[in-house]
Design a protein. Structure first.
Length: 87
């Protein structure tokens, strides 16, 4: 149920676009290539199972968890209302 000048289903289109953008961004951040045997940050061994599960992995689990905490994900504002623009 869209309101104003939008057509019916516009809200679902916005939701679908937001999900598609998030999936695309996550895929672009995935490692590629050959995995390292040792962590690029701390030098610890990267377990064989991790290297097989994530081709192209560069960090051990602990260093990757730290890096993930530092990463801020800025969303795209698709609402367009004045209140959402001010936040």
């Amino acid at each position: 149920m869209a309101g104003g000048w939008t057509r019916d289903g516009a809200v679902q289109d916005q939701i679908d676009d937001t999900v598609a953008d998030a999936v695309s961004a996550a895929r672009s951040r995935m490692p590629r290539g050959e995995s390292l045997e040792y962590c690029a940050v701390c030098g610890e061994d990267i377990p064989e199972k991790r290297r097989q599960a994530l081709p192209g992995v560069r960090n051990c689990i602990a260093c990757q968890a730290t890096a993930d905490k530092r990463t801020a994900h800025a969303g795209i504002n698709r609402r367009g209302s004045k209140d959402s623009q001010l936040r």
